[in-house]
Design a protein around this ligand. Sequence first.
Ligand code: NAD
Length: 495
Amino acid sequence: MSDIQLLPAVVEFLARPHGHFIEGQYQAGEAGPSVDIHDPSSGTVISRVAEASEVEVARAVLSARQAFKGSWAEVSPYQKGVVLNRLADLIEANAEELAQLETLCSGKSINLSRGLEIAQSVVFLRYFAGWATKITGQTMTPSLPSFGGERYTAFTLREPVGVVAGIVPWNFSVMIGIWKIASALVTGCTIVIKPSEFTPLTLLRIAELAVEAGVPAGVFNVVNGRGQAGQLLIEHPLVAKVAFTGSVPTGIAVGKAAMAANLTRATLELGGKNPAALLADVDVDGAVAGILQTAFVHQGQVCASPERVYVHRSKVQEFTRKLGEALGQLKIGSALDPDAQFGPLANAAHLQKILGFFERARASNTVVCGAKALDRPGYFVEPTVVLANDPSDPLLHEETFGPIVCVLPFDDEEQLLALMNDSPYGLTASLWTNDLSKALRLIPQIEAGTVWVNMHTFLDPAVPFGGSKASGVGREFGSAFIEDYTELKSVMIRY
Ligand code: NAD
């Protein structure tokens, strides 16, 4: 097959002058610096977006603040849920347009944009909408002494924190954006979201759909630009909370800037170097299929995906041979080609970073497969498996955020746990075994925010997600997000 035909709506949208979405209005942006947007499948410029100035960031925050105090505060919890469900319906109705836009900016396979990025954004949005009517405080009875027959009662209120600054990366710009937008709106907050400079378009289109769904002007704003626009947002005195997803170094800078700005609270969803462990009883074919799917989906550019695979020594040869063979069968092609199973990396800078890892792997590791760029336009590389030299191998420790799996054998469980936990990161981990009692004994000893058994990288809105150790602060989804988007107010009454 070949590339799908772009919808006329997509072609028209790309041709628009793009900037920001403030106070319910699409804005072309001031004349000034802009960012070119490239199609990773060809490397060509497909559109351009203006970078937000300090004045534009301030306008967006002010409009969010006014909506927080005014229009959004007046919408009942039930009605907030109705509006978010309507937005989910509109995203579903415009799914193909949004999927094509996302694929064009990010290089994500069109199948993945349709089936995961957009389809799951709808699922998450509907899940969050259900929380609108279920955010409650508690009542308690204080034990204060009563000298004259007086009594006491107390309760807590969960109040929205205010204006949220949402800062998102390029790998799942819609889904990660929706997690933050929905968490904010359903708790009564308003939001200014800054997409990645590489993938700014889809959230701009969703902001338009939000107005159509009945989200009042100012509740959901978008400002675009590089890190500087994010920095301006964090430093604004009317921002009450920063919800950041991105790399560890940027996350540390963002956390410090938020603290320095106004002791602004921050949740940080950061990177990982996630281990998968194949125990001695592993079903090798099942694990090969599972690692193939989860380590190489979206070319490995998934924060939760497994990058280091510890395999029981008895199964290493079989596993690496079968994984290498399976990867050799993948059809590599344009992100807009529904038959392609493996596409381009998301941007030129990331391509250079991955080529650097390849160079080091070819110089000092045994390469099972890949570790080469493809000689074609765009940002294509081969899916790669390498053998680690020893536990200190840098490829077992540095997040590549690319299609590179590094394999090391282990002999016993004590050694396995030490290897799995030998990382500053703690985002996700997986065990591949049918010995459930062994898995249940290992799980509490694994330092990770999520542990999967016989699966990896599957997220569900009902199951909290976030990092331990340097992989982050805070949890998204489930009911866990409520704490991060609300302030607890205690009320005591004497009667
Ligand atoms: P990044 O940290 O470079 O950028 C993330 C966002 O922060 C972008 O919008 C960027 O413009 C902005 N930014 C950059 N500097 C800033 C600054 N000083 N102040 C404020 N904002 C700033 O990350 P990336 O390359 O876009 O994404 C890849 C990283 O994201 C990987 O490390 C990956 O593991 C991580 N990630 C984590 C999760 C998670 O849920 N834990 C999910 C997806 C991606």
